[in-house]
Design a protein around this ligand. Sequence first.
Ligand code: SAM
Ligand code: DTB
Ligand code: SF4
Length: 343
Amino acid sequence: MNAQVGDELRHDWDISEVQALFELPLNDLLFRAHSLHRTNFDPNSIQISTLLSIKTGRCSEDCGYCSQSAHHNTELEAEALLSLDEVVDAAKKAKNEGADRFCMGAAWSRPNKRDFPKVLEMIKAVKSLDMESCVTLGMLDNDQAQQLKEAGLDYYNHNLDTSPEFYGNVISTRTFQDRLDTLNNVQQAGLNVCSGGILGLGEERKDRCSLLIQLANMEKHPDSVPINMLVQVEGTPLYGQDEIEPLEFVRTVAVARIMMPRSVVRLSAGREEMSDEMQAMCFFAGANSVFYGERLLTTDGASAQGDQKLFASLGMKTSLEKKKSVGGKNKHSHAGHESVTPA
Ligand code: SAM
Ligand code: DTB
Ligand code: SF4
């Protein structure tokens, strides 16, 4: 099996070698993933993003996991687009709590003409707070991606969610190809791509392999790869689904790290259901970013207090803390990057 050699980035993974990575004895897999992680990142640094739902509910898409789809009968209360002031207040709060990136999510299939300029203003306002900005607004055309870039946006989040083979079991209102097209527009506009998926949708291991192949075989690896664990919401078709085994989740993080050694891998939704030990294993396996704060978009996140305790007990520092200490230089002696952000 020709897995990642040294620091070289590969874009030609095939299913049998990815399956073989999954099948390695856990210690061998973790050792391999962690070694690559150390080569490319400071292993004790964690990037912190905070999420805000800027428009909630009544979405026309039918994603089977989502509380916000108008196709499902969830108890969610819909909310129109937030005002600029509300967004700026939330971003300031997130910054005070240690986040260096502010991610705004909207329950849209795609942004409409009326609201899109308002989102551009929100991005400019977040940038003026000296924070990185990220938005997830659904599908984008070329021109919209370009306008986001011009407004100063750093990252665009658009997940592939699952394998092309399993995709139709989860979403019927837009295709896998629609997602690839949006990612292509985002990349062409020069934005950083944030794209990953969800585990625990009922997919099999071969689907997890196939999802990772889709991400890693892109012309350029996504800069950021969120790995969500399904948050089960009552009223959605996926409520009651068998949960993914914790060690299978850890394995998936490790394989993502091996296949995309310089991408930031984010432990995303579902952390509040994970034990500290499971999260610690994910960080060892190569996860180096989290969503932070009591709220994700519409569901509860892990508590900020609990997270601070966890990071302290693991001796991990947030990337913002690292930047503040020793004028941005970390003293870690590995041959890789200075902070969690790849060079
Ligand atoms: N509406 C936009 C879209 O779907 O592109 C942006 C917001 S959407 C909530 C962003 C991503 O959050 C989804 O693609 C999915 O990967 C993740 N997500 C949504 N609901 C989730 C859930 N219940 N559990 C885990 N991840 C979820
Ligand atoms: C991502 O991959 N996960 C975030 C973010 N990108 C936008 C969303 C998680 C949503 C979890 C369910 C909710 O709170 O509605
Ligand atoms: Fe809409 Fe996004 Fe939820 Fe799908 S994931 S239903 S597009 S808000």
